[in-house]
Ligand binder design. Structure first.
Ligand code: DGY
Length: 322
């Protein structure tokens, strides 16, 4: 019996690639280069399943009119880089990898909050550059995190994991906005107040952390007007998707002191980062590291494998998006 052909767009942890190769006719991207649009088109037209990541833009144009792919198995929880309607119209199923990356992404949101509030990036640069002149009472004064208010936009798994860490680790008060009402049992173990609007969260929180999906519905949700609602002492944290924030407006807000600082793991046009951000001290910039731990990246790969196996065995994949 011929085995389903998989095309894997990027290199994955070695044990996951081995497991895929044992069970499927899996083709890997030997030098790990980002696929060109043409390579993506060819892959979709010649495989049974495309194993994709956030660095692949899969839109109606690359899907073409007659793709052979029947499944796009995404290595990651967010899938705004995939045109779900176009995939559905061509009878292609899409899966993702929820849960396995929740803890590590939440850890990274907390890392960014602490780094930007305590000026850890600036401090590190000072030590490395040899410009540190010694301890003094007024040197590199940051902002206390413990006891402050954390505002969350979106209240899915990652937001809840951030809230647990913030409340139980740092005694923070939690407020949040979510499009639908979040039932009390979902918030078990948390004292968190749901606000009626994004604006209410922005006006109240000392730290605002974004946890909503990307895509057209949330593009530039955080714009100039909304940034102006945050206090001059407030910080913005983004581990969700770059397009949720109007990056040009953010640069302006950071430059003018409209907000105190930002911690960013995601950007509007990755891997490009706005020039303005690169020159500012009150922002911490990380290269999309949310899920980047050995344990999580292997877990994500194994979760993709489960989805692919279920799909080709004729079962519903556990993480089917559509
Ligand atoms: C995710 O899982 O969505 C991460 O951002 C990597 O894609």
């Amino acid at each position: 019996m011929t085995r389903p052909r998989l095309i894997v767009t990027r290199r994955w942890p070695a044990e996951v690639e081995r497991a895929l190769a044992e069970r499927f006719d899996a083709r890997f991207n030997a030098d790990d280069h980002p696929f060109t649009r043409d390579e993506m088109r060819t892959a979709l037209a010649s495989c049974d399943a495309l194993l994709a990541t956030v660095s692949d833009r899969i839109d109606a144009d690359v899907l073409g009119t007659a793709p052979s792919a029947r499944l796009i198995a995404n290595y990651g929880v967010g899938y705004s880089h995939i045109d779900i309607d176009a995939a559905t119209a061509r009878g292609i199923a899409v899966t993702n990898t929820p849960d396995v990356l929740t803890d590590c992404t939440a850890d990274l949101a907390i890392t960014l909050m602490l780094m930007v509030a305590r000026r850890a990036g600036e401090g590190e640069r000072e030590v490395r550059s040899g410009n540190w002149t010694g301890w003094r009472p007024t040197h590199m004064i940051g902002t206390k995190v413990s006891g402050k208010t954390l505002g969350l936009i979106g209240m899915g798994r990652i937001a809840r994991a951030v809230a647990m860490r913030a409340q139980h680790g740092f005694g923070m008060k939690i407020v949040f906005f979510n499009r639908s009402r979040v039932p009390a049992e979902t918030l078990a173990g948390l004292a968190a107040r749901q606000c009626d609007s994004v604006e209410e969260v922005l006006a109240e929180a000392d730290f605002v952390s974004l946890h909503c999906p990307g895509g057209a519905a949330t593009r530039h949700l955080i714009n100039r007007e909304r940034l102006a609602l945050m206090g001059r002492d407030a910080f913005l944290i983004n581990t969700a998707r770059g397009e949720v924030v109007d990056e040009a407006a953010l640069v302006e807000a950071l430059r003018n002191g409209t907000i105190a600082g930002a911690g960013l793991d995601v950007f509007e046009a990755e891997p490009k980062v706005s020039e303005g951000l690169l020159t500012l001290e009150n922002v911490v910039l990380l290269p999309h590291l949310g899920s980047a731990t050995r344990e999580t990246r292997v877990g994500m790969g194994m979760r993709v494998l489960e989805n692919v196996e279920a799909f080709f065995a004729g079962r519903t994949p556990p993480d089917r998006v559509v």
